[in-house]
Design a protein around this ligand. Structure first.
Ligand SMILES: Cc1cc2nc3c(=O)[nH]c(=O)nc-3n(C[C@H](O)[C@H](O)[C@H](O)COP(=O)(O)OP(=O)(O)OC[C@H]3O[C@@H](n4cnc5c(N)ncnc54)[C@H](O)[C@@H]3O)c2cc1C
Length: 546
C-alpha cells in the first residue's frame, strides 16, 4: 500500500482547498502541505465549472457607488438565510471579503471591468450590486491563479486520489486519511487535515456537479465525530438538460418571459399558481431567484416543473420545454450572450427552437459545523468551502459560496498550518490495510448507488413529504451495514442524514419545502445539528442561531 507523509493534508482542490493550501504554506514555509484531489487539480470540483454570465463572487467594494458596505452585506446574508445563518461567521464574511478578493486580484485574478473599475452585478438575495465576475469562468480563473501561487511556494499535489475516510490516534486526534490513488490503496499520515471536498450533487439523478461530488467529506467528518448543520438546505434550480450540457438558466432568461410547455404541448404554470397569483408575476419573480426557494412566488415555477416531470408529463430527458423564440436573435445576443452562444455551440439555437429544461441540484448551504477558524471541534480537523455549514442559512445570496471559499479557506488553512506546527505528524497508516480492501463497490452495490440517485432525487429535492422521507430512511436502513464498500456506505450515510434533517423540520423555509407543512413556522427558528451518537446512530439537536 502506498503511504504518504505530510504536515497538513488538504482534501479537495477547488477554490476553498486551493486557498487553504496557499495560506497554510505561506504561514509556515517549512511545513509540507499536500493536497489530495480526485481527478486533475484545476479541473475538478464545482469551482472549475463554466456557467452563465451571472457566475460571480461577492464583496461589498461599492464600485457601483450604490452605497454598499459590510453592514448591508451582513444584513443580506442574515435576512436571506431566514435566521439560520451563523451571525459570527456572516460577520466575518462581510468584513473580510474585500481583503480576500483584493489579494486574489494581486495574485492575478482579473475581474471584468467597466470604466477602469471592476464591474459589480446584482444577484438574487442581494440589496446591492456586489458580484464580481470573470465571464462564466470566475471560479475556474480563481483556482488557476491560486494553483499557480500555491505550487509556486511549494504546495504538493496528489491527483487522482479519492479519500474515503479519516484516521485518528488513540486520543481522538485526526492524524491521517485513507482512500484510493487511481485503483491503488493509499494512506496519508499528517498533523492536521482540512476538508475542502465541496458538495454532493452527484448523489442525485439530476445535478450540475462534476464527478466526485458525492458527500464523502460529510461522511468522513460525521464518522470522525464532527457536527453537521443545516443539512436540509441546498440549491436546486432550472438547468438545460437537452442539449446535455448541464447549463444553468439564470435570471436574465426568465425576464424574456419564456413559454413553458409539457410533453403534451400544454402550458402548465398557471395550473400551479394559487388564485390571485399571476403566472406573469411568478416569471418576473423567478428573474431574481435562481434556486428554488419558498421565499418568493418564484417557487411556483420550480414546483410546477417538478410536478409535471414526476407526473410523467415531462420531456424525454426529465425536463419540460422552454421557449424564448418570440424575443428573436438580436435580443438574445444582447441580453444573454454567453447563454445564447454556449447553447448554440451545443447545437440549440434559442432564437429558432425550444430547449429542454430540468431541475438540477447545484450546491449546498449546510455541512460541517465550523468555528471562526474552520475548526470542526475534532482535534486536528478543519474544513472550508461548500463542505461546511453555518455560513449560509436556509437560503443564501447568489455569489456567496465563492466568497465563503476565500474567507474561510484562508482562515482554515492558516489555523490548520499553525495547529500542525505545534502537533507533529504521527504514523497513522499501520493497521489501515483492512480499511483499504473493499473500497470499490461491487456490481450489486453499483445498482444500489444508481437506485439511490433516483430515490433521493424524487423524495429529497423540490417537494418533500414525511412519507417520501421515510421511504428514503427505509431504503438506507435496509442496506447500511458492516462490510459494504465505503463508497456505498458514504452514499447511504449522507442520504440518511439529509432525510433525517428534512423529516425533522416540519415547516417550509428557504430551499426546504415540505408539501405537508407548506408554511414557515416561528417555532422552527432553530437550526438542526446532527452528530454521531454513542450508539452509533445519528443524534439530532436543535438550537437557536446566534
Ligand atoms: C453550475 C454552478 C454555478 C455556480 N455559480 C455560483 C456563483 O455564481 N457564485 C457562487 O458563489 N457560487 C456558485 N456556485 C457554487 C460554487 O461554485 C461552489 O460552492 C464552490 O465553488 C465550492 O468550492 P469548494 O472549493 O468548496 O468545492 P469544489 O470546487 O466543489 O471542490 C471540491 C474539491 O474536492 C475534491 N473532492 C471531492 N471529494 C473528494 C474526495 N473524496 N477525495 C479527494 N478529493 C475530493 C474535488 O475533486 C474538488 O477538487 C455554483 C455552482 C455550480 C455547480
Amino acid at each position: 500500500m502506498k503511504q504518504i507523509n505530510c504536515d497538513v493534508l488538504i482534501i479537495g482542490g477547488g477554490a476553498a482547498g486551493s486557498r487553504a493550501a496557499y495560506e497554510a504554506q505561506k504561514a509556515n514555509p517549512e511545513l509540507e502541505i499536500l493536497m489530495a484531489v480526485t481527478g486533475k487539480y484545476g479541473e475538478s470540483g464545482s469551482s472549475n465549472l463554466v456557467a452563465s454570465e451571472a457566475l460571480g463572487i461577492n464583496a461589498p467594494f461599492n464600485y457601483m457607488n450604490d452605497g454598499d458596505n459590510p453592514d448591508i452585506y451582513y444584513q443580506d446574508i442574515i435576512t436571506t438565510g431566514g435566521g439560520l445563518a451563523d451571525p459570527k461567521l456572516c460577520r466575518i464574511i462581510a468584513d473580510e471579503s474585500c481583503d480576500r478578493l483584493r489579494e486574489l486580484m494581486d495574485l492575478g485574478v482579473d475581474f471584468e471591468r467597466r470604466d477602469g473599475r471592476p464591474l459589480q452585478k446584482l444577484l438574487s438575495g442581494c440589496a446591492k450590486a456586489r458580484s464580481l465576475t470573470c465571464g462564466g469562468s470566475t471560479g475556474l480563473i480563481m483556482v488557476k491563479v491560486l494553483k499557480k501561487a500555491a505550487l509556486g511556494i511549494g504546495v504538493k499535489v496528489s491527483e487522482q486520489t479519492r479519500i474515503m475516510g479519516l484516521l485518528s490516534d488513540g486520543e481522538g486526534r485526526i492524524c491521517g486519511a485513507y482512500g484510493l490513488f487511481g485503483d491503488e490503496p493509499v494512506c496519508f499520515s499528517c498533523g492536521a487535515v482540512v476538508l475542502a471536498t465541496g458538495g454532493a450533487g452527484r448523489i442525485f439523478r439530476k445535478n450540475v456537479n462534476p464527478p466526485a461530488q458525492e458527500g464523502d467529506g460529510w461522511a468522513m467528518a460525521y464518522e470522525a465525530g464532527a457536527k453537521l448543520v443545516n443539512m436540509e438546505f441546498f440549491q436546486i434550480g432550472p438547468a438545460v438538460v437537452k442539449p446535455e450540457i448541464d447549463f444553468i438558466i439564470h435570471s436574465h432568461m426568465w425576464r424574456l418571459k419564456p413559454k413553458l410547455t409539457n410533453a403534451l404541448g400544454r402550458e402548465f404554470l398557471a395550473n400551479y399558481c394559487p388564485d390571485g397569483v399571476d403566472p406573469a408575476e411568478v416569471l418576473d419573480a423567478k428573474a431574481m431567484s435562481y434556486p428554488f426557494s419558498v421565499r418568493t412566488i418564484a417557487k411556483y415555477v420550480d414546483i410546477a416543473i417538478f410536478k409535471e416531470i414526476m407526473a410523467e408529463r415531462g420531456s424525454e430527458n426529465d425536463g419540460i420545454y422552454f421557449d424564448v423564440t418570440h424575443v428573436g436573435r438580436e435580443t438574445l445576443e444582447e441580453r444573454a450572450p454567453i447563454t445564447y452562444e454556449t447553447l448554440k455551440k451545443a447545437g440549440a439555437d434559442l432564437a429558432k427552437g425550444k430547449i429542454e429544461l430540468g431541475l438540477v441540484v447545484q450546491n449546498f448551504n449546510g455541512g460541517i459545523m465550523i468555528d471562526e477558524n474552520g475548526y470542526t471541534g475534532v482535534p486536528g480537523l478543519f474544513a472550508a468551502g461548500e463542505v461546511t455549514g453555518g455560513v449560509h442559512g436556509s437560503d443564501r445570496p447568489g455569489g456567496n459560496n465563492l466568497t465563503d471559499t476565500q474567507v474561510f479557506g484562508y482562515r482554515a488553512g492558516l489555523a490548520a498550518s499553525n495547529y500542525a506546527k505545534k502537533n507533529s505528524r504521527r504514523d497513522s497508516c499501520s493497521g489501515s490495510q483492512e480499511l483499504q480492501s473493499k473500497i470499490l463497490p461491487n456490481a450489486k452495490e453499483l445498482e444500489l448507488l444508481k437506485f439511490s440517485e433516483d430515490l433521493y432525487y424524487r423524495e429529497m429535492t423540490i417537494v418533500r413529504t414525511a412519507d417520501g422521507l421515510r421511504n428514503v430512511l427505509g431504503f438506507v436502513d435496509k442496506h447500511l451495514r458492516e462490510g459494504i464498500s465505503p463508497v456505498l456506505k458514504n452514499r447511504l450515510l449522507v442520504g440518511k442524514i439529509l432525510a433525517l434533517a428534512m423529516l425533522t423540520r416540519e415547516e417550509s423555509r428557504g430551499t426546504h419545502y415540505r408539501e405537508d407543512y407548506p408554511e414557515s413556522s416561528r417555532a422552527w427558528d432553530q437550526r438542526i445539528i446532527i452528530q454521531k451518537g454513542p450508539s452509533g446512530e445519528p443524534e439530532l439537536t436543535t438550537e437557536k442561531c446566534g
